[in-house]
Design a protein around this ligand. Structure first.
Ligand code: HEM
Length: 127
């Protein structure tokens, strides 16, 4: 398994993360569970925040923390109800994005394992 700090460079850097997150938000825009959670009409800024966060996590530029500070993702999700239904919807959208990102199987599986773990840890409601 790749050291997460090398992942960004190994998979091809910025274009891969741009594609992944763009595809994810294309799904979110059409998703009746997730779309209403996003407070802003324009999903562009949310897309940029997720992209910067993922790039940083996987060893890319640290722009996320430069602009947003410490991630504290559970705290930042506290205003939104994230139950099992929202978690599954998020992962459904992300699965499409991960499958379309053009990664080799080892990197794809490593990314997916992280995302399923991260999504489970964001759940803040039992229903
Ligand atoms: C922000 C929903 C899981 C990373 C947000 C926002 C919503 C949301 C509604 C606010 C949009 C914005 O203004 O940025 C959800 C739901 C999840 C989920 C329903 C289901 C489990 C995750 C996971 C990650 C993540 C697993 C990371 C791997 C982020 C980031 C932000 C964000 C980085 C922006 C934080 C900031 O800097 O303000 N999410 N999210 N989310 N989410 Fe999630």
């Amino acid at each position: 398994m790749t050291d997460p700090q090398n992942f960004y460079a190994e998979v091809g850097g910025a274009p891969v993360f741009e594609k992944l997150v763009r595809r994810f938000y294309e799904q979110v825009a059409e998703d009746e569970v997730l779309r209403p959670l996003y407070p802003e009409e324009d999903l562009g800024p949310a897309e940029e925040r997720l992209r910067m966060f993922l790039e940083q996590y996987w060893g890319g530029p640290r722009t996320y923390s430069d602009q947003r500070g410490h991630p504290r993702l559970r705290m930042r999700h506290a205003p939104f109800k994230v139950g099992p239904i929202e978690r599954d919807a998020w992962l459904r959208c992300m699965r499409v994005a991960v499958d379309d990102a053009g990664l080799d199987p080892a990197h794809r599986d490593q990314l997916w394992q992280y995302l399923t773990y991260a999504a489970a840890s964001m759940v803040n409601s039992p229903f």
